[in-house]
Design a protein around this ligand. Sequence first.
Ligand SMILES: Nc1ncnc2c1ncn2[C@@H]1O[C@H](COP(=O)(O)OP(=O)(O)O)[C@@H](O)[C@H]1O
Ligand SMILES: N[C@H](CCC(=O)N[C@@H](CS)C(=O)NCCC(=O)O)C(=O)O
Ligand SMILES: [Mg+2]
Length: 495
Amino acid sequence: PVSCGVVGTAAPVVATAEGDDGRWFRQLAVPQGLVDDLVEEALVWCSQHGLVVGEKNHPRSGKAPGVGLLHAPFALLPMSFPKVYWEQALELAPLFNELVHRVSLDGDFLQQTLARTKEVDPFTRRLLDIHSKMMELNKKEDIQLGLTRSDYMVDGATDKLLQVELNTISTSSNGLACGVSELHRNLIRHHERELGLDPASVVGNTAITQHAEALATAWAEYNNQSAVVLVVVQAEERYMYDQYWITVALREMYGVTTIRKTMAEIEAEGDLRPDGTLVINGRPVAVVYFRAGYSPADYPSEAEWRARLLIERSSAIKCPSIAHHLVGTKKIQQELAKEKVLERFLDNKSDIENVRKCFAGLWSLENDNIVNSAIESPELFVLKPQREGGGNNIYGDNLRETLIRLRKDGSNEIAAYILMQRIFPPASPSYLVREGTFVRDNVVSEFGIFGAYLRNKDKVIINDQCGYLLRTKAASLNEGGVVAGYAFLNSIFLT
Ligand SMILES: Nc1ncnc2c1ncn2[C@@H]1O[C@H](COP(=O)(O)OP(=O)(O)O)[C@@H](O)[C@H]1O
Ligand SMILES: N[C@H](CCC(=O)N[C@@H](CS)C(=O)NCCC(=O)O)C(=O)O
Ligand SMILES: [Mg+2]
């Protein structure tokens, strides 16, 4: 293993990503002769149970449901996952929910921390402008709904569970994640003897029911029986089936109506009543559930920014509010990792310790020692812009060249990025299925716990974990993400 003289934090000793050092993280073993049958059964199951995405080559698969379907990418069988990490992540969920809420209340902290980024990153600036307008209006959000997801990787060198990021907007795969654990249970049930695992060992996923419950409870808090839940979506959405799992459950379990609108449609069809009610074509909106709006691509014109401002100014419950959205930026993640900052937002010492324990190395580019280390050993770091949705990070030689360019230019563009310690999870062989065929590859996994936080003034109505997401990808890949096209949906059985 290579250690690097990274100053200012425990030197991350790098475990090799090659070879099978999976230790406790292993796909359930499957007799070689059974693989083809399992793949065929799994593909049939996906088709019959809506574990599907829109097929990217089909012209209308992102426009109309039921058109151009393809099974979602999945790992053939579940991954063993040590109970100790599962329990640690569960315990952290309500702490991160509370942290997000507390930080979202400190408008000055958000504005100051992002002030440098604002100068060089137009997207973050537009979000901050809406946030500062709300501060000028002294806009209070009595009812707050946060549907978060905290993503982790186990660092192979230290066996520590380290947070990759905290998502506060459009946390997705909450629908499909449930499907893949059902798929695995089904396969194991039909081959229990050959696979030697009790199907009940596959950890059930409560993400659909708990997200629906949180949205329905927020809708009830708004207390207008004729109001709807507005789902903000992209015009082209091949992940719509993940979203429909939540909105269909909302209707079937709670009788709550949802409407799907793009930001452009909201600008064209939306209005504010004098009492602040947001109406879309005359229908009052209780909750705005953002499944878009997290990326510059979601704001192709000023119309979309006007829609975001209209929503923010309204009395609708925003999931998330602009403040909650900003808390989820990578810059804030990096700031919260600085000494003594958590103490500003959390009271309980052991809570603070538990949160801090899962932080990986996180630095701004003003830290010359770290930038030098990263130029010297770029493979030990990840360079991150303030972007969400997967596929945005910079690695390896590109990371080194970017840092050298930024240093040479002496530009304040450095404030658009953060540097993060690269985490090397233990790798192990696994069968992965995409577009009807399987490959066997050495893989690493990223484990996310969804969180739901609902508060009405001082009353905390929900503060809980609400299901999980395991994403598995080839160990040779830098980037991750299912929508971004790198990772496969997976499930776990505890060991
Ligand atoms: N510190 C890290 N170490 C290893 N891989 C990382 C790290 N940070 C991000 N990644 C990889 O990049 C992917 C995207 O990074 P992330 O910070 O989650 O950005 P996004 O908000 O776009 O999802 C992650 O899913 C993971 O696969
Ligand atoms: N199309 C949008 C996708 C929204 C989206 O990319 N969300 C990010 C956090 S911002 C995320 O949670 N990604 C987990 C699944 C993955 O790995 O791709 C939607 O369906 O809402
Ligand atoms: Mg991510």
